[in-house]
Write a protein that binds this ligand. Structure first.
Ligand code: GAR
Length: 214
């Protein structure tokens, strides 16, 4: 485990409500946010970072001729902050295999479904269309497989009559804002690791659904 494991860089593409929760927790928590990087210049999360006096960087993916060039520039921007952990918080770009290898075991993502169900985008509507009664959120290690890395923790919500994609998104956000800072704090304390595509918490191999919070 590196000695900068308590230093975190957060990658965003949009609103950044998870970034906000991670920043808020850090004020009295066991990690610090060294920087925030967005691939979109207009991401509201950049304002949140500035209000929290956290340095920001923008790497507009549209200005790069290829995914590899973007990934390399992003990796260099991350390294300048010298973080132990990279936290994807609503970061809507797919990262290539070389990028993932470079930061192996040090990238977390939050995904709005009970993985391995519903990887990809538009999860709330797809869950509704399938008539599911249960939905949820997963935090997982990022590996080369999209939304496929081992799950660290999950929290579920019941789908009620009258729920639509918007109400589900709001319920999921509430859960995310508690779950994500908690998992980041586990990493900061050196309690989490990725080994051979498995996630361990306190040296305990986590099940496919990770640590189930509810
Ligand atoms: C969150 O709900 C997160 O789970 C989701 O984007 C939202 C970002 O919200 N991530 C993905 O869909 C990744 N595939 P935020 O910008 O307010 O944190």
């Amino acid at each position: 485990m590196q000695n900068n494991q308590r230093s975190v860089v957060v990658l965003i593409s949009g609103n950044g409500s998870n970034l906000q929760a991670i920043m808020d927790y850090s004020v009295s928590g066991n990690y610090s946010v060294a920087g925030v990087i967005s691939n979109r210049p207009d991401a509201y999360g950049l304002r949140r970072a500035e209000q929290g006096n956290i340095p920001t960087a923008v790497l507009n993916h549209k200005e790069y001729a290829s995914r590899d060039l973007f990934d390399n520039a992003l990796a260099d921007a991350i390294d300048r902050f010298e973080p132990g952990l990279i936290v994807l918080a609503g970061f809507m770009r797919i990262l290539g295999a070389d990028f993932v290898k470079r930061f192996q075991g040090r990238i977390l993502n939050i995904h709005p479904s009970l993985l391995p169900d519903y990887p990809g985008t538009n999860t709330h509507q797809r869950v509704l269309d399938a008539g599911e009664k249960l939905h949820g959120v997963s935090v997982h290690f990022v590996t080369e497989e999209l939304d496929g890395g081992p799950v660290i923790a999950q929290e579920s919500i019941a789908i009620e009559d009258g729920d639509d994609a918007e109400t589900l998104a709001a319920k999921i956000h509430q859960k995310e804002h508690v779950l994500y800072p908690t998992v980041v704090s586990w990493f900061a304390d050196g309690r989490l690791r990725l080994e051979d595509n498995d996630a361990y918490l306190d040296d305990r191999l986590l099940p496919e659904s990770g640590e189930r919070i509810t």
